[in-house]
Write a protein that binds this ligand. Structure first.
Ligand code: AMP
Length: 226
């Protein structure tokens, strides 16, 4: 089996993080931890965390760290992530979250932070046509719909436009990305763990670039992975 890895994927909304994180998760056999998916599941189940998070998510605001960090900490504490590693998708999104993540991961730390680079006009086009399965989160678009109606090919769930993929919420999220998430890039660059990878072109080509970047930098830890 391919050894595990500890990865973060950064990139604007619509850069293709979801699709590429699923591929990285399959390639390295590591859990895909997407905070947006976890929060949407909590909203759907109407848990107290979901009720709290919904207020922020619907308007495209970031969910406060007090609400988010326990959820992330509990997930990183599970056996699969400890044994194999993880690919983090949508987290961290702020410098404070990155600092808190460092504390959670110490002393092992990360292997690599992948920055998926796609121009704003491409992400705007992708987000406007994006459709997702409300049950499993599989991504589709108006140009590449499910095989039958708007029914998910994978799980049979309903495929819809996300409530926060409206023009106003998209703009708010991209503004937030520039203000809060972009500074993460310089933070991780200073640690020497950042790799910028072009996110344009066919999904297979992007996956190949990501795997190459990971394999160049990944450092298996003795006894941790098999
Ligand atoms: P995403 O699916 O990653 O675009 O996330 C959808 C929404 O979930 C975001 O617009 C935020 O409201 C919330 N969210 C997801 N991840 C985070 C995070 N790391 N910090 C704060 N809020 C988050």
């Amino acid at each position: 089996m391919v050894p595990g890895a500890r990865l973060i994927v950064l990139g604007k909304q619509g850069a293709g993080k979801g699709t590429q994180c699923v591929r990285l998760s399959r390639h390295y056999v590591i859990p895909h931890i997407a905070t947006g998916d976890m929060l949407r599941a909590a909203v759907k189940k109407r848990t107290p965390l979901g009720e709290e998070a919904r207020r922020y998510m619907d308007s495209g605001e970031l969910v406060p760290d007090e609400v988010l960090m326990k959820m992330v900490g509990d997930r990183l504490d599970q056996d699969d992530t400890k044994e194999r590693g993880f690919v983090l998708d949508g987290f961290p999104r702020t410098v404070n979250q990155a600092d808190l993540l460092d504390e959670l991961l110490a002393p092992a730390g990360l292997d690599i932070v992948l920055n998926l680079v796609v121009s704003t006009h491409i992400v705007l086009r992708r987000l406007a046509s994006r459709r997702v399965c409300i049950d499993c989160g599989e991504n589709y678009s108006v140009g590449t719909p499910p095989r039958v109606g708007w029914i998910c090919d994978i799980c049979g769930g309903e495929v819809v436009q996300r409530e926060d993929d409206t023009e106003a919420a998209i703009k708010r999220r991209l503004d937030l990305y520039e203000k809060q998430t972009a500074p993460l890039i310089s933070r991780f660059r200073k640690t020497g763990k950042l790799a910028a990878v072009r996110g344009d072109g066919p999904a297979d080509a992007v996956s190949d670039r990501l795997v190459k970047a990971v394999d160049e930098r990944r450092q298996p830890r003795a006894g941790a992975w098999s």
